[in-house]
Ligand binder design. Structure first.
Ligand code: CO
Length: 173
């Protein structure tokens, strides 16, 4: 268990295709645990191994709200559907946020930390997180996909609006 330093853009490791994981050992388990701790410490919903300087196809996603943590090892997108534009950020790009178009639905085949193969289907923001992290493992960064940059002021205004709506709903309940 350790919080690692996050690799910020630009750095060559962020823009190369990561190596396939072939050993499902204690070292991999430690990497996954360190990635989780680093992601939580940085208040992120996802992190890819190159973001802590490790050239391997490993990513971790935690959407919060009591949802299970997703561990992706050697993930492959096997199906996509629909499309949606939403705002993204990235731990390697402090203070950069922008609108990115991505499929609304995704099906991914990946391996668990013990090496067993599984499939995961996701929609909406979870699908977005999966695709963002899988992009990282292929050396593709979200800044190359931004259609419109969203300023911090815009983002704060949106967050205030959401808080106001939440408060109103709380009063009604
Ligand atoms: Co990212």
């Amino acid at each position: 268990m350790a919080v690692k330093e996050i690799v910020k853009y630009p750095s060559p490791i962020l823009e190369k295709k990561c190596k396939e994981v072939v050993k499902f050992d204690q070292q991999l388990a430690t990497l996954l645990d360190d990635m989780y701790d680093t992601m939580v410490a940085a208040d992120g919903v996802g992190i890819a191994a190159p973001q802590i300087g490790v050239d391997l196809q490993v990513a971790v996603i935690d959407m919060g709200d009591g949802q299970e943590v997703i561990e992706l090892i050697n993930p492959e997108v096997v199906a996509i559907g629909g499309s949606e534009i939403d705002i993204e950020g990235c731990l390697s790009f402090p203070n950069l946020f922008g609108e990115v178009e991505r499929p609304y639905y995704v099906k991914v085949e990946a391996q668990e930390r013990n090496g067993s193969i599984y499939e995961i289907e996701a929609e909406d923001y979870t699908a977005r997180a999966l695709l963002h992290e899988i992009d990282h493992l292929n050396g593709v960064l979200f800044n190359t996909k931004i259609k419109r940059i969203v300023t911090l002021e815009e983002l704060e205004a949106m967050e205030e609006e959401i808080e106001m709506l939440d408060e109103r709903q709380g009063e009604e309940a």
